[in-house]
Design a protein around this ligand. Structure first.
Ligand code: SAM
Length: 225
């Protein structure tokens, strides 16, 4: 019986991939990805030449049954997302559920994820944390921020270039005294980390143009750096 491999890929630096991930990508019959342009950069770097099959939010209801049929017919497949660990604020969950429902064995190939990397360099408590990914953009956002202001564990959020300042302004409003760690462009050329309250970090942001991908970590209520 063919298998489905869920393979973690780099979150920036192409060298951050395990030997096992590369071996898996080289050994399967088909690589399932979100965007062929993104995945080809990685595959070209490692000289991996395999057919690609695209599953994304737009086509998944049609393509997931096709993928299941392929695996059932004996085709071993690896599933990758654009960056990091599939299913973590990324596609993967629906594919895994469909495979499990159809009795297909799912094997995880671990590797980078922005959430664990940022936590590991944060210096904040990691014995218990809550990962919220991207906050809702409109409906429910204020309510979620109010709930998070009461949260006693370390909080991890994802944010993009376009909304990072808005998010910091909101944290300043709802959690003014909390210590934050902001990690930008982890593993990439312009990697940078900020530590302090939202107000302190916003002051630094005013001095330059801040772009990139961000992990925002909020310390537990009573935590002092
Ligand atoms: N699956 C990915 C993972 O395992 O981390 C997450 C994909 S999610 C669509 C993209 C978001 O993850 C970005 O907007 C950012 O919040 C975070 N992220 C991904 N790569 C990052 C990096 N190199 N540095 C900082 N944050 C990153």
């Amino acid at each position: 019986m063919a298998k489905l491999y869920i393979v973690a890929t780099p979150i920036g630096n192409l060298e951050d991939i395990t030997f096992r991930a590369i071996e898996t990508l080289k050994s399967v019959d088909l690589i399932v990805c979100e965007d062929t342009r993104v995945t080809k950069v990685l595959l070209d770097h490692y000289e991996i030449h395999k057919p690609l099959f695209v599953i994304n939010a737009q086509n998944e209801s049609k393509k997931i049954p096709e993928l299941i049929e392929k695996i059932e017919s004996g085709i071993n497949c690896a599933f990758v997302s654009d960056a990091g660990t599939p299913s973590i604020s990324d596609p993967g969950t629906r594919v895994v559920n469909a495979a499990v429902k159809n009795g297909i064995e799912v094997i995880g190939i671990p590797g980078p994820s922005a959430v664990t990397l940022a936590l590991s360099i944060s210096g904040l408590p990691t014995d218990a944390f809550v990962f919220e990914g991207f906050l809702p953009q409109k409906k429910g956002r204020q309510k979620k921020l109010q709930q998070l202001a009461e949260e006693e564990r370390t909080i991890v959020l994802y944010e993009s270039t376009y909304r990072i300042e808005k998010l910091l302004e909101e944290i300043k409003q709802y959690m003014p005294n909390r210590q934050l760690v902001i990690a930008r462009e982890l593993t990439k050329k312009f990697e940078e980390t900020w530590r302090g309250t939202a107000e302190e970090i916003l002051k630094d942001f005013e001095k330059k143009i801040i772009k990139g991908e961000f992990v925002v970590i909020i310390a537990p209520k009573e935590f002092k750096m």
